[in-house]
Structure formats: C-alpha cells, structure tokens
Design a protein around this ligand. Structure first.
Ligand code: PLP
Length: 428
C-alpha cells in the first residue's frame, strides 16, 4: 500500500503542492466531494480528446470524461464550433433567445414526450424544480426516491443517499422524502402503499449511477408504473446520466416503461452547464396555472451553453450508439471474468458504455445497491484508484464510462492492460 502511494506522490508531486494551496481556499480542498481522494487529487491543467494532462505533464486516459458529460471527447470539433457560435452571439443574454428555441426543438425531436420543458443550468436544479412541479400538480407533499439514488445536491433529495439510507440529511421541515429499495418490488410497494395518499412523485434513475451502476428491472418499473396509474402519483425518470448516453434520447424505450416527467443534463450539452426538465403538458402547465416559481436562474438557456448543446445533439444523432454499448459490454465482461479470480471480494456492474468495479468486504450473493454500498471496501477502492493513476488511467468507482472517442481497439486494450497491471501491483 505504502509503495503505491509513494509512487503516486512521486508521479504527481506538483499536484500535491497545489492541493495544499487549494485547501486554504476550499473546504477539503475541492469543490465537489467526488473530486477528493487519497492521498491527494491529481490537479489537471488541460484536457484533450480522451486525455487529461496534469501539472507534472503526465498524460492520463480519462474514463470520467467530465462527470460522464462528454460523449464526444474533450475539446471536440463539435464543442469548439458550438462555443464559437455562442461567443459570437454574446455569451449571456438573459432573454428568450433563438438558440434556446433551437436547442429545445432539437431535444424534443429526440424525446417527443417532452411536451413542455424548462431549461436550467444543472441536473441539481432540474431535479429540484421537477419535484416542486410534481408537488404543486398533485397537491401532495411526499417525494419517493430510491436508496442510493443521487439527484444532485438539492436539499429535498439529499437523503437516503448513503447507507443505511435513513439519514434525513437536509430535508426541510414539512417536505417529506421517503426512500425505497431499488429493484425490490415487494418492499417498494409496501412502502408506497403506506404513503399512497400523500405521494406526489417517485423519482428514480433508470440506471442507478452513483448508487452502483445498476439497471432498473423491467418488472420493478412496471409495478411502479402501475402504482402511479392507480394512485395518480407521477413517475419521474432522472436521466441526467442515462439520457443520450445509451441511445439518442431517453432510455425509456429500451426499458419499456414510460415516465410522466424527465430530467436531462450532462450528455446533452457537451460539457456546458445545462439542466432540463419536462414531460406531460398538463403537469408542466402547473407552472403557468399556479404561477409557480420553477426555474431556471440567471444563466438558464444562455447562448454559449445552448450553442454547444445544439452542436452536440446534432452530432450525437449521427453516432453509432450500438457500437458504443458493445464496447462497454466488452470491458464489463473483461472485468467480470477478472473478478472471478481476484483474491479479494469484488463485483463488476454497469450497463452499455457505463461500467463500475466494486471492492467489497464480503463476497456478495446478489448485487444490490444496498449490498454494494454498505459493504464497500473504501480503502481498497482508494488504493485501486491511485494505482490506476500510476498506470495512467483516471477511473471513478474503479470504472467509468466510454465516450465515442474511446472506441479504437488500441484504446480498449490500453484500458484492459492498465487493469491487469493494477491487479498485479496490488497483488490481488
Ligand atoms: C442522476 C443524477 N441526477 C442529478 C445529478 C445532478 O446533476 P448536476 O451535477 O449537473 O447538478 C447528477 C449528478 O451527478 C446525477 O448523476
């Protein structure tokens, strides 16, 4: 262990010094909790294509790609063309502008179920506003989310994120958020029935991202859909990660269950700050009918973000998602086969281009978010991340997500070789 951290400190010596400075500026030295990891985070200077360049000049193959937002790579021609258009238009208008309309029309042609939508500047805002609209429409208070579900930093949805999923971290008085176990239909329906007269909406990620890379079961989603139809509860898919990652549009046609409302963000805008929420016209009309304050903030729909978003969506429309998903399946199968022979308990999860490797304290019989999160071996995960960085690959959750720029067989090979070398270094 010490040897790996020693190698890390040598390789990333300049990051260490800069991290000391960052600690005097930011709590814990970072501006997003996931960017902190031991012994200190790598400080990047510049990113290009699928690579990060750190302050020591190391070139690191990036599997994080800006919180999974960059499906076309860092600094792509598409991104730059959009940025140029946005700069020419004037970065920020603070008005209804032509690019907002073009961006929304492009989105709607990919997701026709977005009958009406609102634009904001992050996934956090989108989930905050969509639950507010759901409460106003149904005139009910309770929001149900799943255990381990991450919907950004907004107060109402910041509970039930970390095992044992009982902490009511931030929920303000009077607004109740209840968590249900993902993919456990029986327990979920029991809890839903307890709150059936008071539940405004159920919000879930169709593939639990931060909660472990686990796809929702079709049977689970169907049971929830049926509960919603019978009780007038709204179903919200938080597609900030899944939207435009596995196909051009929402993931719902792949899963067979349609939600009432959606949130999108990340992949839609090629690295710019965008959040989107919307769906059923009658629900979204609550904003005008009840004069509801439902977003979007000073920078919502700013020309720079919109222009990069338009360019990104138009390019994504032409891309081969099937091959991207197959490339991800290949890495996951490789990890699954390795996990069988590791000396430590581990599990590989994910879907399509998204893959995670979990180090655990016990060998799991089944893989559920609760098991993955409560028996996670954090020390091993941290050490693994440092060793992968020593081997020039930047991972998150010991895995990551592929962009369309990762699909060369030589790149896939480099990723697999880094995993093999890291297992050897750790002697696991
Ligand atoms: C599923 C999901 N929803 C919402 C968010 C919040 O989005 P943002 O970080 O843009 O505020 C995230 C962020 O990772 C997410 O994964």
């Amino acid at each position: 262990m010490d040897d790996i951290y020693k190698l890390y400190e040598q390789k990333f010596s300049k990051s260490k010094a800069l991290y000391e400075k960052a600690k005097s500026l930011f709590p814990n030295g970072i501006c997003h909790d996931i960017r902190s990891y031991p012994p200190f985070p790598v400080v990047t200077d510049r990113c290009e294509d699928i690579y990060m360049y750190d302050t020591n000049g190391n070139r690191l193959l990036d599997l994080w790609m800006g919180h999974f937002a960059l499906l076309l790579g860092h600094g792509s021609i598409t991104q730059n063309a959009g940025a140029e258009r946005g700069l020419e238009a004037g970065i920020h208008h603070g008005t209804l502008n032509t690019m907002q309309i073009e961006f929304a029309e492009t989105l709607k042609s990919a997701v026709p179920e977005l009958e009406l939508m609102r634009l904001c500047t992050s996934g956090t805002e989108a989930t905050m506003y969509v639950t507010r609209v759901a409460r106003a429409f149904t005139r009910r208070d309770v929001i149900v989310k799943v255990e381990g579900g991450w919907h950004g930093g907004n107060s109402v949805l910041s509970n039930g994120v970390v095992p044992p999923f009982v902490k009511r971290e931030n929920a303000p008085e009077g607004l109740k958020t209840v968590s249900v176990p993902y993919n456990n239909t029986e327990r979920t329906l029991d809890i839903l029935n307890e709150y059936k007269d008071d539940t405004a909406a159920i919000i879930l990620e169709p593939m639990l991202g931060a909660g472990g890379g686990i796809l929702a079961d079709e049977e689970y989603l169907k049971a929830i859909r049926q509960f919603c139809d019978e009780t007038g509860t709204l179903l919200i898919f938080d597609e900030v990660v899944t939207g435009f990652r596995f196909r051009y549009g929402s993931i719902w046609p792949l899963l067979g269950v349609q939600p009432d409302l959606f949130t999108f963000g990340k992949a839609t805008a090629g690295g710019m700050h965008v959040g989107i929420y919307g769906g059923r016209r009658d629900v979204m009309e609550t904003i005008s009918k009840q004069k509801l304050f439902a977003g979007g903030g000073t920078y919502s729909g700013n020309p720079l973000s919109m222009a990069v978003g338009i360019q990104t969506l138009n390019k994504l429309k032409t891309m081969d998602y099937n091959s991207l998903n197959i490339a991800g399946d290949g890495i996951r199968q490789f990890l699954e086969s390795k996990v069988q022979n590791l000396k430590v308990p581990a599990a590989a999860t994910g879907y399509g281009s998204y893959f995670c490797l979990h180090f655990l304290t016990d060998r799991p019989e089944t893989v559920t978010p609760a098991i993955l999160m409560s028996s996670s071996d954090k020390d091993m995960e941290n050490l693994f991340k440092a060793a992968m960085l020593v081997n020039n690959v930047f991972t998150v959750h010991s895995g990551g997500a592929l962009s369309f720029m990762h699909m060369k067989s030589s790149t896939i090979d480099t990723i697999k070789q880094a995993y093999i070398k890291t297992f050897e270094m750790l002697e696991i």
